[in-house]
Design a protein around this ligand. Structure first.
Ligand code: HEM
Ligand SMILES: *[C@@H]1O[C@H](CO)[C@@H](O)[C@H](O)[C@H]1NC(C)=O
Ligand SMILES: *[C@@H]1O[C@H](CO)[C@@H](O)[C@H](O)[C@H]1NC(C)=O
Length: 423
């Protein structure tokens, strides 16, 4: 920030802002010029993708941002009694002892781990961890794997959803946790000819669009819900660059190269013959997380969802296939929220619509009364207050439950749907 203010002052010719101009002007002007050139270069081609946040590079502090992968945090493969699931970010934390190695943790342990190892904002971390405990755990803790009511392994329809980046759709592949190599290759090859491979938001939003269409084309029971789709599924894409990329002095926003992507996604082997090993997600050695001053918060995430929607507007439309491939019907935001959000309002603040929907859905999801849920609803409300979201009094889920693929607690495995196309 200091440097930027300096440059701005210089560019504005604000000489009075600096005392002792005579002695200082020459070196400062040279430095300001140099840095302005760098900023200009970045404005054209920032590492996160043209037009994506942030406008000004965040700070970088090597010592504070380096993540240990030795000693207590050495990578250890999960054993037969350790639970792992569909989230590579959480599996990696458990493999490195940043979460309990057995894959079961408390809300507090999740918040501590994702904020300190990846630089997630406390607001987003608290929301995600609390939601896991309420909907897929015992109100205090949950598993990164598990089955319905013990962890996110059994969260199809309430947390996990279709058209994930690398994991197959439940009714297309019979599993929510299986990495589909054709999906990996599609993403991987999007940087095949790049001079400096970097899976940034620009690449990821293209890939997101392809995966949305692929589910329509191949999964007869495709469901894209308000929370599981608009919010969680988008997070699964933006998190890849925002959290997995390696931050550096030169690229403080991060660069996500091929080897780092493979390591976090548990892929080994050559480009021609990649191999996936369940649960083997790994933080690479000598890897640097986000700066604390640059935490990835809920409002920050909201801007990324809007960035995706610029080129892939379909990601804002809730809907489902009708039991056949290519039969996607959109469901109106107005109907789902009983009039609280028009389609336009939902589209201009997607994270509001999705998170308010999730909160209003909680009694139906958990079977708990609104009185029992009140303390948690209050916590979740406080977290999205930065966005000034209009609340949803009650949700109309009957439009969703009419979807042939809809279930509240599905997975980790299920039958492949008739007519599903695997590739
Ligand atoms: C407490 C925090 C977190 C929770 C509760 C959580 C939960 C989940 C859930 C439920 C899914 C399935 C979503 C889907 O249907 O695609 C998922 C997927 C995913 N998560 Fe997380 N996650 C958390 C943190 C993270 C972090 C920190 C990262 C990145 C380092 C991450 C990266 C991903 C990715 C890339 C996927 C998609 C997997 C694939 O399809 O290949 N998550 N997570
Ligand atoms: C991260 O970037 C730094 C600086 O360029 C580099 O030294 C380090 O090897 C990188 N880490 C990974 C895992 O690529
Ligand atoms: C709820 O949605 C269904 C399906 O779209 C619709 O038929 C019904 O009228 C809605 N209910 C209310 C109370 O609006």
């Amino acid at each position: 920030m200091k440097t930027t203010a300096l440059i701005t002052a210089f560019l504005a010719g604000n000489v009075a802002a600096f005392p002792n101009m005579d002695k200082m002007t020459a070196p400062l002007a040279a430095r300001a010029y140099e840095e302005a050139q760098q900023l200009k270069k970045r404005a054209v081609d920032p590492p996160q993708g043209a037009g994506a946040m942030p406008l000004v590079p965040p700070p970088f502090d090597a010592k504070a941002q380096r993540i240990s992968t030795t000693g207590a945090h050495k990578w250890v493969a999960p054993g037969p009694n350790d639970e792992r699931g569909e989230c590579p970010g959480l599996n990696a934390l458990a493999n490195h002892g940043y979460l309990p190695h057995n894959g079961k943790a408390t809300i507090t342990q999740y918040i501590d781990a994702v904020t300190s190892v990846y630089g997630m904002g406390v607001d987003l971390a608290t929301f995600l961890a609390t939601f896991g405990a309420v909907v897929d755990g015992n109100l205090l803790s949950w598993s990164v794997g598990g089955k319905p009511h013990t962890g996110i392994g059994g969260s199809h329809g309430n947390y996990e959803g279709d058209s994930s980046p690398l994991k197959g759709d439940l009714y297309q592949y019979g599993s929510i946790g299986k990495l589909v190599l054709s999906q990996f290759k599609e993403l991987y090859d999007m940087q095949a000819d790049a001079e400096q491979p970097n899976y940034n938001l620009d690449v990821l939003r293209d890939f997101r669009g392809k995966r949305f269409q692929e589910s329509i084309d191949k999964n007869p029971k495709y469901v894209y819900g308000p929370f599981t789709g608009i919010l969680v599924s988008q997070a699964a894409y933006t998190f890849i660059y925002r959290f997995m990329s390696n931050k550096s002095e030169e690229y403080p926003e991060g660069i996500l190269d091929k080897n780092t992507l493979k390591s976090f996604m548990a892929i080994s082997g050559s480009d021609d013959n990649p191999k996936w090993t369940f649960g083997h997600e790994r933080i690479p050695d000598n890897w640097y997380k986000r700066n604390t001053a640059d935490a990835y918060t809920i409002p920050y995430f909201n801007t990324d969802v809007l960035y995706f929607a610029e080129t892939q507007p379909e990601i804002l439309s809730v809907g489902c296939n009708q039991g056949k491939v290519d039969s996607f019907n959109a469901i109106d935001a107005d109907t789902l929220s009983n009039g609280a959000y028009t389609a336009n309002q939902a589209a201009s603040n997607p994270v509001c619509f999705a998170s308010e929907f999730a909160k209003a859905e909680l009694p139906g999801l958990t079977g708990l009364g609104s009185v029992a849920l009140a303390p948690l609803t209050k916590t979740l409300n406080g977290l999205t207050s930065g966005l000034n979201c209009a609340s949803i009094g009650s949700v109309n889920t009957s439009a969703l439950t009419a979807c042939p693929g809809f279930s509240f607690y599905g997975g980790p495995n299920a039958k492949v749907a008739k007519g599903a196309i695997q590739s």
